[in-house]
Ligand binder design. Structure first.
Ligand code: PLP
Length: 343
């Protein structure tokens, strides 16, 4: 039985075509900047986002953390949204490795309104920790793949520029935001000082993320990556998968969004609650409590049918669509949930 895995878009496996590119990749020692495939990927990423330079990093977490390390000095604060990845899922690394304190700001939808950011900037007093960086997340994972409103992005960019505070985007799913909003990825990141995006999620590469910025930032980030243990050697083998994913797997994210919408609508009709409602991209948080369903029990029942879902707790499940899940898989999942409800 083929498995249908709806826990995350990180579970995608390289396709035969992608593996062919990996097998044929020209490689060299990337610590000496001599891997032509890595160099090509870095140039391609920078070009797509309209930045000067790019850096291939082993994971999104490393990309975010290298950005923090590069932009800040020890003792500063980094303004983040309370439910964001950097604050919740990166094991306190900003503090441990860069010596900075996160300043979390709460928000119902993952959007940091400019007034809130403004109120968290520390005044210029020698006895207060200086604000060293602001980080936004687009799409917002923990808020259900929400797309950051474009007007708010612009406001924050203008504000950060005016204040001279480095602005970083955790764009793990930036291309989902681009497809959902109909805006070019370069437009969504214009004016940021750095952007991280993942190749290993919806884009379907097995490993890796990209960091982009200007030449000066990437020069610093290169040092940070080496320090953090991310200096790789013949990394062209995996960079080739990244190039393939950027050339082939961006526009098809639309299918993932459609599949998530179909699944979301059906679940809603069955009495479950959705966040967000309506579904925006490829992530849905499903409130099962509202339908009187124990999330763990549902997960156990679906697993017997080869469908894997990820309950967060007994009343909530995160569903994520991706390129290894097609429309038929979504139909099968809906049917399995209906069968479960019918007892
Ligand atoms: C997955 C993710 C990351 C980190 O990526 P890893 O490659 O798993 O380290 C960062 N930010 C967001 C929003 C993510 O969803």
């Amino acid at each position: 039985m083929t498995k249908i895995d709806l826990r995350s878009d990180t579970v995608t496996r390289p396709s035969p075509e992608m593996r062919k590119e990996m097998a044929n990749a020209e490689v060299g020692d990337d610590v000496y900047a001599e891997d032509p495939t890595v160099n090509e990927l870095q140039e391609l990423a920078a070009e797509i986002l309209d930045f000067e330079a790019g850096l291939f990093v082993p994971s999104g977490t490393m990309g975010n953390q290298v950005a923090i390390w590069s932009h800040t000095t020890s003792g500063q604060e980094v303004i983040v949204e309370e439910d964001c990845h950097i604050f919740n899922y990166e094991l306190g690394t900003a503090s441990a490795f860069s010596g900075v304190t996160p300043r979390p700001v709460s928000s119902p939808d993952g959007v940091l309104k400019i007034q809130k950011i403004r109120s968290k900037i520390t005044p210029d007093k020698y006895y207060l920790p200086e604000t060293g960086m602001i980080a936004l997340e687009n799409t917002h994972n923990n808020k259900g793949g929400r797309v950051y409103p474009y007007e708010e992005l612009r406001k924050t960019v203008n504000f950060a520029r005016e204040k001279g505070i480095p602005l970083h985007l955790d764009g793990a799913r930036l291309f989902n935001a681009s497809i959902a909003s109909g805006r070019e990825p370069g437009e969504l990141v214009r004016g940021f000082d750095s952007v991280m995006f993942c190749l290993s999620k919806g884009l379907g590469a097995p490993v890796g993320s990209m960091l982009v910025g200007n030449e000066e930032f990437i020069k610093e980030a290169l040092i940070g990556r080496k320090r953090f243990g991310g200096g790789m050697r013949q990394a062209g083998v995996i960079a080739a998968a990244g190039i393939y994913s950027l050339n082939n797997n961006i526009s098809r994210l639309q299918e993932d969004h459609e599949n998530a919408k179909i699944l979301g609508q059906e679940l809603k009709d069955l009495g479950f609650g959705l966040t967000p409602d309506p579904v925006e991209t490829n992530i849905i948080f499903v409130n099962t409590q509202q339908a009187g369903v124990d999330a763990f029990d549902l997960a156990k029942s679906l697993r017997k049918k080869g469908i894997v879902i990820g309950p967060r707790n007994s009343g909530n499940i995160r569903f994520v669509t991706h390129l290894d899940v097609n429309r038929e898989d979504i139909e099968k999942t809906i049917k399995a949930i209906k069968d479960y409800l019918a007892g």
